[in-house]
Unconditional design. Structure first.
Length: 352
């Protein structure tokens, strides 16, 4: 969702050649291929097919498989997105090879270093040459960390580029109960699903919420693997609909029509802010504070009881209102492409 608008905008410049590497950190039809189809992306030039593994194994495998490609092709810029293991692995390889690095979604900080993504963000930003930010607070965090101001580029939110383009094409999923009000749930962060006791608290809270509103819960593979047997065997669980992961267009429809969204996903916090849908985030901190200060997001921490109360408040008409942050206008990809095209032109002029 972040790469698609940049790839399309770079293609339109006509002056930049692109080489797309899929690390394979996310794989399978529901977690990978469906997004290429729905976003209109061409197949990647190379799939490293790394698959799952511990943080160390996954990061190391990406580095081992990516380095020969970069040595062979020697690009003028390596562009990485977000804060996953693929991001930091590619960033380290590029930096070691002295290849200029661009980071889309730079400057995000939650302040919580127990999150693996927080480590990935800090390390990637530290070695980046082009830091593309999606909010003013991200600029300020980078400046406070000593990043040169001329390396920071406030361009807006690529996720919102994709949302704006595809919102008219959102697809209603084939699920029961969507004609009535429903709450949409997406949970996958290690802090929520790797702790069995914490996950059970969340599941029981969702079962309680399902007593007064339909709950639609597409299960991330990580969450499904950690679901305790029988955790949902309570009388009201029939109103809690567990589904396979949804495609982007289907999930976009669900967000657009939900009465409230319950999540621990950063991207969902952003999308609900743009859509002006109430969002309750099952975390005590967020790397996207603009969704709280400006948008419709509310952090409910790790108190399942509060989650239930906030859902009731929203359903009773007490929803939080918000505004759309600056430059979340569908043109972030164009701004990034213009900066990179200018870089390509300067490289061409300097060539012997």
């Amino acid at each position: 969702m972040k790469a698609a608008p940049v790839i399309a905008a770079l293609r339109r410049t006509g002056s930049v050649r692109q080489f797309l590497v899929h690390t394979g950190q996310h794989y399978g039809d529901r977690m990978s291929e469906v997004f290429f189809r729905q976003l209109g992306l061409e197949a990647p030039d190379v799939n490293l097919a790394v698959g799952s593994g511990s943080h160390a194994v996954q990061t190391a495998e990406i580095m081992l498989r990516l380095e020969p490609l970069l040595v062979e092709r020697r690009p003028d810029v390596v562009l990485v997105y977000g804060d996953v293991n693929s991001t930091v692995a590619a960033a380290i390889v590029a930096a070691k090879l002295q290849i200029p690095l661009g980071h889309v979604e730079a400057g995000l900080r939650s302040g919580d270093r127990t999150m693996p993504e927080e480590i990935n963000r800090i390390l990637t930003d530290a070695v980046s040459d082009f830091l593309f930010t999606h909010s003013i607070d991200a600029d300020e965090k980078l400046k406070a960390a000593g990043v040169r101001p001329d390396a920071i580029h406030f361009v807006g939110n690529c996720m919102i580029d994709t949302l704006i383009r595809l919102l008219p094409h959102a697809v209603r999923p084939d699920l029961p109960g969507l004609d009535d009000r429903f709450a949409l749930v997406t949970i996958h962060r290690p802090s929520n699903v790797d702790d069995a006791r914490r996950l059970e608290y969340i599941l029981r809270s969702l079962a309680a919420i399902s007593r007064f509103v339909r709950v639609v819960f597409p299960l991330h593979p990580r969450t499904r693997q950690r679901m305790p047997d029988g955790a949902l065997s309570v009388p009201t669980a029939a109103n809690l609909i567990l589904t396979e992961p949804q495609g982007y267009l289907e999930f976009l429809w669900l967000q657009q029509h939900a009465a409230v969204v319950i999540t621990d996903s950063g991207g969902v916090q952003e999308e609900t802010t743009y859509l002006q849908i109430p969002c309750l985030t099952l975390r005590t901190s967020t790397e996207r504070p603009v969704t709280v200060s400006c948008g419709t997001n509310l952090l409910v921490g790790d108190d399942p009881g509060r989650l239930e109360r906030e859902v009731r408040t929203i359903l009773d008409g007490g929803r939080k209102t918000g505004t759309i942050p600056p430059l979340w206008d569908g043109r972030a990809g164009e701004r990034i492409a213009a900066i990179l095209a200018q870089r390509a032109a300067s490289v061409a002029r300097a060539a012997p």
